[in-house]
Design a protein around this ligand. Structure first.
Ligand code: HEC
Length: 101
């Protein structure tokens, strides 16, 4: 009984910390960056009138955006399968439609 509560508490903590979250969504090869964004990102990143996302200066590059998508963060799941061509398309879409924070 005690073991089970330890396991339950650990799971809750891990979920809260967000460190083990991974989204296994895999884009099809023809999907556009905008579609990937609307399918996966808008549940947390609500697009504003003039920007789909606000980027800190250290995130305002394709490389940094791709890294954020691949690795996630404290409060954002990682999307390891958004990579290659579709990762490029998504990062390009975000860069072109973002504003600085
Ligand atoms: C479960 C909610 C959630 C989802 C889904 C999500 N994000 Fe995030 N994202 C966040 C949060 C919260 C932050 C800011 C805090 C942080 O990084 O710790 C963030 C930060 C970012 C940043 C860095 C912004 C900056 O400059 O600080 C980028 C880029 C980003 N997300 C892109 C994406 C993309 C692309 C997707 C879809 C593939 C996505 N996010 C899906 C929650 C989410």
């Amino acid at each position: 009984m005690k073991k089970i509560s330890v396991i339950l508490v650990s799971c809750a903590l891990i979920t809260l910390a967000g460190c083990s979250k991974t989204d296994t969504y895999t884009p099809s090869s023809t999907i556009s960056g905008e579609e990937i964004f609307n399918l996966n990102c808008t549940k947390c990143h609500k697009p504003e009138v003039d920007a789909v996302i606000r980027l800190s200066s250290n995130k305002a590059s394709k490389e940094a955006i791709l890294k954020q998508i691949q690795s996630g963060s404290m409060s954002m799941p990682a999307f390891p399968n958004i990579k290659g061509e579709s990762g490029e398309r998504l990062a390009k879409y975000i860069l072109e439609n973002s504003k600085p924070k």
